[in-house]
Design a protein around this ligand. Structure first.
Ligand code: ATP
Ligand code: MG
Length: 438
């Protein structure tokens, strides 16, 4: 029989790496709480049309990356429905905002999410078909202040803090403004004209984009095209006064908070309802998939999926890429347990063996309840085997034999210092809680 494997582009996360995932999520939750964000959990599948309208038919995500299926009705009264595994979470959050009339509170909604997303991409390092995003959205009616450039700057400052607290060093914030949809239309026209004399020397994709959506030319990765693209007019010169003022205010607030950034004139989002601020945090250690996160303003998104005017700004961070970055950065030593308890029994005496194992479980319970992490050996192990097993998983070994049980004085060996000491049971938890070697 052929063995079954995880589906292409999906993977199992195993210990000890899962500890790192949990640490990342715990830090993210803690930072979000300090910025007054609350958690939202939306379903992992939605009506396909949500993504068609909320992400955009023209995007790579919707045009070729979605896992979509026709869900058969179970009753005459039901219709078949086209469903899709969520490829991103912003559309779901905005749908929920509309469905639960969250805007009617008159308050800004500050929501974060952590969870799996699905895209049918070519799997490679940092790119999977099931991956996890940590993201947040600030959304609300205009009178709640949702259009303020302060919101953009606060989200960016929060991201800088989060990456710092996660221990990610050497990130770069790239930022741009794509203006209003009118600004973009103007810019597209400017680009179209500027491309006429040069497009003949560019790649085939660019020749097509120059006609259909000139803005997309800025995304081109073909090396020969880069000098041509760098010489094209910049979107910043097509922004109207309001968009210029907004962008200047975002940058001024970042300067005041001392969040470093780099202007990237080519960072654009091709969709109609993406507006003004767009950004990416990148990291050199990731190779080709160098984006840790992306985000921006989407002042027209709620209306695009049938909701009220609800300007917003948000981001989505690739958790898989955070893990890759941290693993490459720290070569982390696996965290060891505080203690390994080695019961010592007479392997030929079943009753004695059972007694020592039972005593070891009782001792482990005592120590674990005191907050220590403890691994438990087995009375049938020889002393040498116990020491080898303990050294792999714990900082100290506690020997529990008939004598120790009777006297209440236990033998503890510290692997870091090599020191072996006798410890009264009442003091054991306190000794084991000390750092290794102390
Ligand atoms: P990329 O240019 O890397 O394809 P994207 O523009 O498609 O990114 P977004 O839709 O903005 O990415 O998603 C935000 C973040 O989610 C990305 O910056 C990345 O860290 C992560 N991400 C996106 N797609 C994947 C994937 N297939 N596997 C792992 N992480 C991903
Ligand atoms: Mg992508």
């Amino acid at each position: 029989m052929s063995t079954l494997k995880a589906v292409r582009g999906t993977r199992d996360l195993l210990p000890p790496e899962t500890a790192l995932w949990n640490r990342i999520e715990a830090i993210a939750r803690e930072v979000f709480a300090r910025y007054n964000f609350g958690e939202i959990r939306t379903p992992i599948f939605e009506d396909t049309s949500l993504f068609a309208r909320g992400v955009g038919e023209e995007t790579d995500i919707v045009s070729k990356e979605m896992f979509t299926w026709e869900d058969r009705s179970r009753a005459q009264s039901e219709k078949n429905q086209s469903l899709t595994l969520r490829p991103e979470n912003t559309a779901g959050v905005v749908r929920a905002y509309i469905e639960h009339k969250l805007g009617e509170s008159g308050q800004l909604q500050k929501l974060f999410y952590i969870g799996p997303q699905f895209r049918r991409e070519r799997p490679q390092k940092g790119r999977y078909r099931q991956f996890s995003q940590i993201g947040a959205e600030v959304i609300g009616p205009p009178h709640a202040g949702s259009e303020s450039p302060l919101r953009d700057a606060e989200v960016l400052e929060m991201l800088a803090t989060l990456l710092d607290e996660l221990g990610i060093t050497g990130w770069t914030l790239e930022i741009n403004s794509v203006g209003s949809s009118a600004d973009r239309e103007r810019y597209n026209q400017t680009l179209r004209e500027a491309l006429v004399p040069v497009v003949g020397q560019m790649c085939e994709d660019c020749q097509r984009r120059a006609v259909t959506n000139p803005l997309r030319v800025l995304d081109c990765k073909v090396p020969e095209d880069q000098p041509i693209i760098d010489a094209l007019p910049k979107i910043v010169d097509s922004l109207d006064e309001d968009s210029k003022t907004h962008f200047a205010a975002v940058l001024a607030a970042l300067d005041a908070a001392e969040v470093p950034y780099t202007r990237n004139h080519r960072l654009v989002r091709g969709l109609d309802y993406y507006t003004r601020t767009t950004f990416e945090f990148t990291h050199g250690g990731l190779g080709a998939q160098n984006a840790l996160l992306g985000g921006g303003r989407y002042d027209g998104l709620s209306e695009a999926i049938g909701g009220p005017k609800a300007p917003g700004i948000g981001f989505a961070m690739g958790e898989d890429r955070l893990v890759l970055t941290l693993l490459a950065q720290q070569q982390a030593e696996p965290v060891k347990n505080d203690a390994y308890i080695a019961p010592l029994g007479d392997a030929k005496d079943q009753a004695a063996l059972a007694r020592m194992n039972a005593a070891a479980l009782a001792l482990a319970r005592e120590l674990r309840r005191a907050g220590l992490s403890v691994e438990l050996g087995d009375g049938s192990f020889r002393l040498k085997k116990s020491f080898e097993a303990a050294d792999k998983v714990a900082r100290r070994i506690v020997i529990l034999g008939e004598d120790e049980l009777a006297s209440g004085i236990l033998t503890v060996k510290d692997f870091a210092s090599g020191a072996q000491t006798k410890v009264p049971r009442a003091e054991l938890a306190a000794i084991l809680a000390r750092p290794a070697g102390a």
